[in-house]
Write a protein that binds this ligand. Structure first.
Ligand code: PEP
Ligand code: MG
Length: 753
């Protein structure tokens, strides 16, 4: 059964267009279940009706004609109850409704199951048979499993505008994702794919088929030459057996089957990179499934060859446009920090990524740069978006494709209003972040990019609460050396001196991979991350600590922060390395003072060991992004569970309140550097709890400062008491919104969907 299921899903997934997908789906299911009829009814969200979209067995003229309400007929019953219905004699059921055009009266047995994706009813899958019999349990299980798997595929087709033809005229479509960077933008979509990635090549229709074939030939020719010269270079260094592998490569490249298939795909209407990717992927899938070790090994070779040829094809028609449109909305499967850096800042107005979530690191950086961002757009039809005009709503997590003039001018008004608000708030940015009842709340910034160190910031903040050192590491091609790091850190420390700069030691792992230090793990957020990596690589940590100490010479505004601490031993080990770095530098004639060292509170275990940590650390900084993820057991990057990820969950808030109280008792300063600090409502709560400083992306400062300047600390304390009595994140958000409304500060809160 599993095999049949997998094959059907693969075929449906691989279908070029929606009609083909639906037709494959019903035909394959009918065959697998040996039934007379298989049909699919689509739930139209606009008018709450079900439409017969595809059938094999019923009259084909009925397709698109038969529609029923959600409470009508057996199909309506399946849809409204959202559960399977298995009947031996359909016609005797009180809900049975007869549609003449389907020729349905001949079928007695009926099995219908809903197709649901992310809690949304997409449609109903029905099988019918003329003999009177109840479908057995295995049939039911098969169809339910099938429907569960088809949910994602259909949701994708729906979102692409293929399925719901009536509501998505002229290619208009709206896609939903996770709001990851506030703000809105109107612009042109530029789809980028990482180079030589077979899985992210967009589909494009070639304008000149012969040209596509010629450049395919040229790319293959280049790879042949590359392989030949690699073999020559290595011929006296490796064994004859290993050299034979190069021969295998040459043979594969010359294999008529593979090549011919690519050419055929091109002639069918696919450009060369897309055709190559399709064919290579299919071969790899096939080879990976065969029961033969030798052939399975060849899958990797085919993929490698495919990548090499693709790299040459992409060299020519680079994935990155030579000139970016004036208002570029960058769209990609996964946008890396490097890709971000490729677009001139003044042209980049928005970011959209299929993967990632609001606290993925690229989102954090985008926010720091003030770029509206939506991520987790799992249903996005990347290949067809390039060049489309789009409206991006980073507050609500929406992307409108070919929006039409009405929607565009609606959004233009909203954008103008935001700009006006920003201007108004700008006037008070040089005023202290002091509450009406005289409490000074220290506001700090999170940095990582050089652009963060803008001169105007310095007078408005109390320092840098988090310098993410991994950011510069992500944009280099190797670990930066001690001198290079010293220069980087010096720049940061100098820009903000005499204000303190909290530099976090390298926090890689999780979703932060270095291209030159890949970490492949099944559970990266529970794996080798932060201090776990750097303590395993003292050579990396030592260089970093030495560079920080050197950079701080004569400025003495450095503080060091340790990420992902789980055990006190980790702090002890890191401190030992720090002391060693100071001694080593001393031996080299550089006198370095021991900076204050802080521990990040982001692993729940640290909540229960604060006292032991306080004996070792000078201060604490709460990483609310990770603390939320670990307390709630919700992957911060997984769009499927993004709705569950909320730092305003009562459990997270009570942990935060407790942390503030305990640190005060332990006489250790504590601040927050996660995203919660940059949310005006979150900031008031944290102030009320007693945190000493809030560190956030610079673009969040104006709204947070405005909130602090308008709400007395006593009211913030009350807000904490009220909020901590609530039981769900929704209730908390609702309460915060109500209070902001009473204070007439709603405009400071980001609009939510
Ligand atoms: C956090 O976890 O809240 C934090 C500030 O660190 P990062 O987002 O870089 O993991
Ligand atoms: Mg963290």
């Amino acid at each position: 059964m599993l095999d049949v299921l997998r094959r059907i899903i693969q075929e449906v997934n691989g279908a070029r267009n929606l009609d083909a997908a639906l037709s494959t789906m019903v035909r394959r299911i009918r065959k697998a279940m040996r039934t007379d009829v298989c049909s699919f009814y689509l739930a139209d969200p606009d008018d709450d009706r079900l439409v017969l979209m595809e059938t094999i067995g019923l009259c084909s003229q009925a397709v698109g004609q038969v529609t029923l309400s959600r409470n009508e007929g057996l199909v309506g019953l399946v849809a409204s109850r959202e559960e399977p219905l298995n009947l031996e004699d359909a016609q005797s059921h009180p809900y049975f409704r007869y549609f003449e055009s389907t020729g349905e009266e001949r079928y007695s047995s009926f099995l219908g199951v809903p197709i649901i994706h992310q809690r949304r009813m997409l449609g109903v899958l029905v099988v019918q048979q003329s003999v009177k019999r109840r479908f057995d349990e295995e049939d039911e299980a098969f169809l339910v499993t099938m429907a569960a798997q088809l949910g994602g595929v259909l949701a994708h087709s729906l979102a692409t505008g293929n399925l719901n033809r009536r509501s998505l005229n002229d290619g208009q479509a709206v896609f939903k994702g996770v709001a990851a960077g506030p703000g809105m933008a109107i612009g042109e979509a530029v789809v980028i794919a990482p180079p030589a990635d077979l899985d992210s090549v967009p589909d494009l229709i070639p304008t000149d088929v012969e040209y596509e074939i010629t450049r395919l030939n040229e790319a293959i020719g280049r790879v042949r030459r590359e392989i030949r010269s690699a073999a020559d270079r290595l011929s006296n260094r490796i064994s004859a057996q290993e050299l034979a592998l190069f021969e295998v490569y040459q043979q594969m490249l010359g294999e008529a089957a593979l090549y011919q298939e690519v050419v055929k795909r091109i002639r069918e209407g696919q450009w060369a990179p897309g055709a190559l990717a399709d064919v290579v992927r299919r071969h790899v899938q096939y080879l990976e499934r065969v029961d033969d070790d030798y052939l399975r090994e060849r899958a990797a070779d085919v993929r490698d060859l495919g990548r090499r040829v693709l790299a040459h094809l992409q060299e020519e028609t680079s994935q990155t446009p030579a000139v970016y449109p004036q208002r570029t909305v960058l769209v990609g499967d996964e946008i890396s920090v490097t890709m971000l850096g490729e677009v001139p800042r003044e042209k980049l107005v928005g970011l959209v990524s299929v993967r990632g979530s609001s606290t993925s690191h690229v989102a954090i950086i985008a926010r720091a740069m003030g770029i509206p961002t939506v991520s987790g757009m799992v249903d996005l039809p990347l290949p067809r978006l390039n060049g489309a005009s789009v409206v991006l709503d980073g507050h609500r997590g929406r992307l409108f494709v070919w929006p039409g003039s009405e929607l565009e001018s609606y959004y233009q008004n909203l954008i103008d209003e935001e700009l006006a608000l920003a201007e108004v708030l700008e006037h008070e940015q040089d005023l202290p972040s002091r509450t009406p009842d005289g409490h000074d709340m220290a506001l700090m910034v999170n940095t990582g990019l050089t652009v963060d160190a803008v001169a105007s910031l310095k007078s408005r903040i109390s320092g840098v609460g988090l310098y993410r050192t991994e950011v510069p590491f992500m944009i280099t091609e190797r670990f930066p050396g001690e001198q290079e790091q010293t220069r980087l850190y010096r720049e940061q420390l100098e820009s903000f001196a005499p204000l303190p700069v909290v530099m976090r030691t390298l926090d890689i792992g999780g979703d932060k991979d270095l291209p030159y230090f890949p970490i492949e793990e099944a559970n990266p957020f529970l794996g080798w991350r932060g201090i776990r990596v750097t303590l395993d690589h003292p050579e990396v940590l030592m260089v970093q600590l030495r560079a920080m100490l050197r950079a701080s010479q004569g400025l003495d505004n450095l503080q060091v922060l340790l990420p992902m601490v789980t055990n006190v031993d980790e702090v002890d080990d890191a401190l030992r390395l720090l002391d060693r770095a100071i001694i080593e530098l001393g031996e080299e004639g550089v006198v370095a003072r021991r900076p204050k060292v802080g521990v990040m509170i982001e692993v729940p275990a640290t909540l229960y060991q604060l006292e032991a940590l306080a004996q070792r650390a000078d201060f604490f900084s709460v990483g609310s992004n990770d603390l939320t993820q670990y307390l709630l057991a919700v992957d911060r990057n997984n769009p499927r569970v993004a709705e569950l990820y909320d730092a305003c969950h009562p459990a997270v808030l009570s942990a935060m309140a407790r942390l503030a109280d305990e640190s005060r008792a332990l006489d250790r300063p504590i601040s927050v550097c996660g995203e919660l600090a940059g949310d005006p409502a979150g900031a008031l709560l944290l102030m009320g709890m007693g945190f000493e400083a809030l560190s956030m992306n610079a673009p969040s400062l104006p709204r947070v400062r405005a909130a602090i300047r308008r709400v007395p600390r006593s009211a913030a304390c009350e807000l904490v008491t009220q909020t901590l009595a609530l039981e769900s994140p929704k209730a908390v958000r609702r309460h915060l919104a109500t209070r902001f409304d009473e204070w007439q500060l709603t405009h400071l809160l980001p609009p939510r969907s």
